[in-house]
Design a protein. Structure first.
Length: 279
């Protein structure tokens, strides 16, 4: 208790800054670098809070009276969403995307197993072609039909994995303001006739939105970039293009999964949320 609390705050770019002492926090507030819009956090708080909720930090501002009564209630929603991750950018979980420059709140998704995909695809094609060749001879017709059938079944799984991976990669960019939900991205592909048109929309939109969203945040700036060229390969060179496409999005998905499992800070807030005093 004798040691002063360590405080953190978000700067104008949305990046978390700290730790600083209570005296430094008050000096920054007095100089105008910490304002009513600044979010602050210290150990003992369950979530990031507006600086105005820390008693004695921000002088009473008459401007707050001019804000509609709904504004404070709207501000409480993102604070509640941050309870599980106080280091996430303020605003995540509300209607707006997290502030650029901070840490991106990476959703929970499973990894993409590219090796399994390639093994099933190439193995299925090999058995399919080999079975077809053996079925042409009377002596090996039975074996050929069996291999042909097994190969066909094996190739169903890579097709399913394509949809799974597409769903996951669209899910990963939802907090950043993606224009297409993962459910729509995959679900609309099964609509007759329109599904073919939708495939072009989903595939060609993804690289631009992925690259733009991941470039905004400090913990995703080194994420693998997606290229339009790979989408063209997927469409015009089916097997090779499919392998290249899945390899590219698998790297992207797995990067995000690994980044989410790496802690941004070593310090975690205490479970009981509490004091708003400086000491």
């Amino acid at each position: 208790m004798s040691n002063p609390q360590e405080w953190y705050f978000t700067d104008a770019a949305g990046q978390q800054t700290g730790p600083i002492t209570p005296e430094q926090l008050q000096q920054l507030a007095a100089s105008g670098q910490i304002t009513a819009e600044t979010n602050v956090w210290t150990e003992g708080l369950a979530e990031w809070l507006p600086a105005t909720q820390v008693e004695g930090l921000i002088p009473a501002a008459p401007m707050a009276a001019a804000v509609p009564a709904q504004a404070p209630m709207q501000a409480a929603a993102p604070a509640q969403a941050l309870a599980s991750n106080p280091y996430a950018s303020p605003g995540y979980g509300a209607q707006a995307a997290p502030q650029a420059g901070g840490d991106y709140p990476i959703p929970v998704v499973g990894k993409a197993n590219f090796k399994l995909y390639v093994s099933l695809l190439l193995g299925g094609i090999a058995l399919f072609i080999g079975g077809a060749a053996l079925a042409g001879s009377e002596s090996t017709a039975g074996l050929g039909v069996a291999l042909f059938f097994i190969g066909g079944l094996m190739m169903i799984w890579p097709a399913i994995l394509n949809y799974v991976f597409l769903y996951r990669i669209w899910a990963l960019i939802q907090p950043g303001g993606a224009s297409i939900s993962p459910g729509k991205a995959v679900g609309f592909l099964f609509i007759p006739i329109f599904g073919a048109i939708w495939a072009f929309i989903v595939l060609f939109k993804l690289p631009g939105e992925w690259n733009e969203i991941t470039s905004r945040y400090s913990n995703t700036q080194s994420a693998p970039k997606l290229g339009i060229g790979t989408v063209f390969c997927l469409i015009f060179i089916p097997v090779i293009g499919s392998i290249l496409w899945v390899a590219e999005i698998s790297k992207a998905i797995n990067f995000m999964v690994n980044a989410r499992m790496m802690p941004v800070q070593n310090t975690q807030p205490a479970a009981g949320g509490g004091g708003l005093s400086f000491y």
